[in-house]
Design a protein around this ligand. Structure first.
Ligand code: URA
Length: 261
């Protein structure tokens, strides 16, 4: 390091920036995910000690905030989409936020008749702060165009989680639960005629069940409106033979829009 020239040091800094490093605070690195998990373990131990209630049990301090209750209060207080985005970006209880580069709130036409709900941002979405801009998003745009829909004119898009999970791992149930009040408020404020929920994470969040290959194609109801579960475009990239089913679902979406007038 000491002998590193200016250009090498600059290249190293740029590489770190590309990897998502955006603050320099300490000499030693801090694993904030591990710190969060340790905090959760400590809380669990405190609860267990309290439940045991024995004489020797140390007095325990109650946890100060309930993240889900706080999410509910913040979401309910947002009167429009802009306020909801601001509330979400000020919500500090989800550890994913610390590892993400950007909040990914939504894209497309707010107030459109169709609202799509995906899973969580990936690398490209995290970099650009917009949902579905990577390969899966490009496929989604082509699928929508095939039935005359587009995010430029007729579709609004968001995700269950607004921050990228590390290494694109699946969202965890406690992350979904913590952010669900924001998603429900998002849907209420955007007020689409219908929802298309793509993949298992959105089915889990909005229908309380998984099994997208069984659920897809059958209209149901979520957030008080007609809802169509559909295969996720990332799944279609890995399983191109399933595009037949996706095409049938897109036709069903078009027919529903016509039927609703
Ligand atoms: N997959 C998703 O579910 N959402 C995105 O925004 C990108 C990929």
């Amino acid at each position: 390091m000491e002998n590193m020239d200016w250009y090498a040091a600059k290249a190293l800094l740029e590489w770190q920036l590309e990897m998502g490093v955006d603050e320099a605070m300490l000499d030693a690195p801090v694993d904030r995910f591990a710190a969060h998990e340790a905090e959760q373990e400590a809380l669990k131990a405190q609860h267990a000690a309290r439940a045991a209630g024995g004489r020797g049990a140390a007095p325990v301090k109650a946890p100060e905030v309930d993240p889900v209750a706080e999410a509910r209060t913040l979401a309910a207080g947002a009167g429009d989409l802009e306020a909801l985005q601001a509330a979400l970006s000020g919500f500090d209880h989800c550890p994913l936020k610390r590892g993400a580069r950007n909040l990914v709130f939504a894209d497309g036409v707010a107030g459109a008749r169709v609202m799509l709900v995906g899973e969580a941002p990936g690398r490209d979405e995290d970099l650009q702060g917009k949902p579905f801009v990577g390969r899966a998003g490009q496929l989604l745009d082509r699928m929508l165009a095939a039935v005359g829909l587009s995010r430029a004119e007729s579709v609004y898009i968001t995700n269950v989680l607004p921050w990228r999970p590390p290494q694109n791992r699946d969202p965890k149930p406690d992350e979904i639960a913590m952010l669900l009040p924001f998603l429900h408020r998002h849907i209420a404020l955007a007020d689409p005629d219908l929802l298309v929920i793509m993949g298992n994470t959105s089915c889990q969040a909005l229908l309380g069940k998984r099994g997208i290959t069984r659920l897809r194609g059958t209209w149901t109801e979520a957030a008080e409106r007609p809802t169509l579960p559909m295969l996720h475009p990332a799944y279609l990239l890995r399983n191109p033979q399933a595009k037949r089913e996706a095409w049938a679902d897109l036709l069903s979406l078009k027919a529903k829009l016509r039927a609703l007038g």
